[in-house]
Ligand binder design. Sequence first.
Ligand SMILES: [Zn+2]
Length: 291
Amino acid sequence: MPELGFNEGIWRFGAFAVVLLVMIALEAMWPRRERRHTRLRRWSTNLGILFSDYVAVALVVLLVPVTAVITALFAQQYQIGLFYWLDWPNWLEWLITFLVLDFVIWGQHVITHKIPILWRIHRVHHTDQDLDATSAVRFHPLEIILSIFIKSAAVILLGANAVVVVIFEAVVNGSAIFNHANFKIPKKLDHILRWIIVTPDMHRIHHSIERHEHDTNYGFALSIWDRLFRVYSVEPELGHDKMVIGQKDAQEEGPETFLWSILLPFFKLKMKSKGDTDASNPSHKNSQETT
Ligand SMILES: [Zn+2]
């Protein structure tokens, strides 16, 4: 099997740590919303979930040696995939790789909102009652594993370059930390950035307690897919300061604790609000187009 020539894990963790620390500093200097919970309480849970993701991925790789990068190296060894057959210019293949992978994870995100069993897993991310940089790592291990297999399928179909895949993963992780961060960006700058990337004000709407809002703005890195598929919201109805974040049936104690969060896909929440945030019925009819 070909090798990357550098330690992917160290580089990706380094990029992750730098972006996380920068966003935490910006949140401290220019906070956007008041926090409901102390940092310590939520951070220990969100970072605990991240640790459980690392453990789960390590176990899966031990059993089935598949990650997006391993798949790219496998495709390189056996010259499998579209780009190995077409032999287009490198820059074009890299651009397409980035766009396709970003679209694939956007599509995966949409599907996790529509299919009940996947929504059970994905809503762990949505039960966070505050949003900040650490919310970006609050993904249940099962969702991370699902994502690995979906990305790997796209990588082998494309015959994507392994280094581009590493860069894509780092950029998407960095983007997620950025767009979950709780810091103020001047409105004009926010609206310019939004034409290309997902900003914190854009993504916050996706964490609204209201279903017709949290079924919009699915993007991780690029904002084009939400605009293209008409699931783009500009502003939350109540404004960014007053909008409520989380799930209607998870506004009490729970989401800020590790065990509750990790076990959430396996139990039903007692309180239900009519027609909304019910794990058994995630389909919706009112996608929003407010551009
Ligand atoms: Zn979501």
